[in-house]
Design a protein around this ligand. Structure first.
Ligand code: LLP
Length: 414
């Protein structure tokens, strides 16, 4: 991990965060290029010589600098919209290494994918297969597809990010998959490539993955018996990270378990959080300290619009002072933002020694941090910086007040 204290000041790689705050202002997202690269390589190298493609899930952090760093080291990409796809292409990623997930691909998205030679569409329903077939027929090309199968496995994670149960909206019921594969196989304009499955996010136990794997391997063998060849198996994303003291999945052990079972089938993975989550932090400034007989509030300049996870999922993020030696008011603090909602907090009940003006790092904020941010309360979205060794680069400039409404129009008549 590249975030550590040097001379009592939190650094990203060799760069002092205090210096970044002086240069770029607050609040700020800061990412470590080295961590991003190492995290992707850990997946990639776990496969050794086995055919595989590690497709980074763009939704976790879609800044084009992040995508560019990953494209340069050979990453593929898992995308869910034409917006994400165009980002990947603009960042130098290859369409032939992109898989297209998501439950409702539009005609435009399918056309664009086919036009630039996307690796595969992960099909989520019969209706979507029909749409892909229509577009491919019109363009007279064969559309490469996988069917996303819902294996009915409990990922044992937060219900909002659990996707592999029958009650979830994702994928095709495993019992209906054979019929849909037969339909796809018999179509002149569909090219069956693989089978896809993603059971949820922030999994900390490998067993649900293995359960799902065993179920889909059984299905693949039934498909092979029917003469439907499956060239790759996409096992989705979902490997969890340590936010607090969670036990985490050992990636090489997970991949090892996988390789013991899959023969020479090519494997695709779609990790997002595990690549960028712990490679990024959100830095915010203490504006005011406000204590009453019950509670101690540190009012910070960052808010739920900048980092939604605590408000939305009750997610825990560790909080560290930028200046480890700072001596202020010792108390158990709630870190709350300036937004007019009681749910606007980034952390609760943290023992910290605080003064007004201190900077705090909200850790593990590289995944689903900036990408889930909004302009709620007309707050401009913050800047993002990437650190590499002793250098730092602005990778997104802070929005201005003018940016907030320059795409809006006043009705001119009357
Ligand atoms: N593939 C598919 C089809 C997905 O739906 C997702 C995440 C991924 C891959 C990447 O999963 P990861 O490796 O990052 O777990 N906003 C939530 C997480 C939502 C995940 C949605 N799908 C959060 O902040 O925890």
């Amino acid at each position: 991990m590249s975030f550590s204290y040097q001379n009592h000041s939190l650094h990203a790689e060799s760069v002092d965060i205090a210096d970044l705050m002086a240069s770029y202002g607050s609040p700020l997202y800061v990412y470590s290029r080295t961590d991003i690269e190492n995290n992707w390589r850990e997946f990639d190298e776990a496969f050794g010589q086995h055919p595989h493609l590690v497709c980074y899930a763009v939704k976790a952090n879609s800044n084009i600098a992040v995508l560019n760093v990953l494209a340069k080291i050979g990453a593929g990409f898992d995308i869910v919209s034409i917006g994400e796809f165009e980002r990947v292409l603009a960042a130098g990623g290859q369409a032939s290494k992109c898989v297209f997930s998501g439950v409702a691909k539009t005609q435009l998205e399918i056309e664009r994918g086919l036009e630039v030679g996307i690796r595969c569409f992960n099909v989520e329903s019969e209706a979507e297969l029909n749409r892909i077939e229509q577009v491919a027929t019109r363009l007279k090309v064969k559309a490469p597809i996988s069917i996303r199968v819902n294996p009915n496995v409990d990922a044992k994670t937060h219900p909002y990010i659990s996707t592999g149960l029958k009650e979830n909206k994702f994928g095709v019921d495993i019992d209906d998959a054979i019929a849909l594969y037969e339909k796809a196989h018999n179509s002149e304009y569909i090219n069956v490539q693989g089978l896809d499955c993603h059971i949820g996010s922030q999994l900390t136990d490998v067993l649900p993955f293995i359960d799902a794997l065993d179920k889909v391997l059984e299905l693949i063998s039934k498909l092979n018996d029917r003469g439907i060849e499956i060239a790759h198996l996409d096992l989705g994303g979902g490997v969890g990270i340590r936010y607090d003291d969670e036990r985490v999945i050992d990636i090489s052990a997970y991949v090892g378990e996988m390789l013991r079972r899959v023969g020479d089938l090519e494997i695709i993975l779609e990790p997002g959080r595990a690549i960028v989550g712990n490679a990024g932090i959100f830095v915010t400034k203490v504006e005011f300290l406000k204590q009453n007989s019950d509670k101690s509030f540190a009012i910070i300049d960052g808010a739920m619009n900048d980092l939604l996870r605590p408000a939305f999922y009750g997610a825990y993020h560790n909080v560290l002072p930028i200046n480890e030696a700072a001596k202020g008011v010792d108390a158990i603090w709630d870190l709350v933002g300036p937004i007019c909602e009681t749910g606007d907090f980034l952390a609760k009940d943290r023992q910290l020694s605080l003064s007004e003006g201190d900077y705090l790092a909200v850790m593990s904020a590289g995944a689903y941090g900036f990408t889930m941010s909004s302009n709620y309360n007309s707050r401009p979205r913050v800047a993002e910086v990437m650190v590499s060794g002793d250098t730092h680069h602005l990778i997104r400039k802070r929005e201005t007040i003018q940016d907030l409404f320059n795409t809006e129009y006043i009705v001119q008549s009357g």
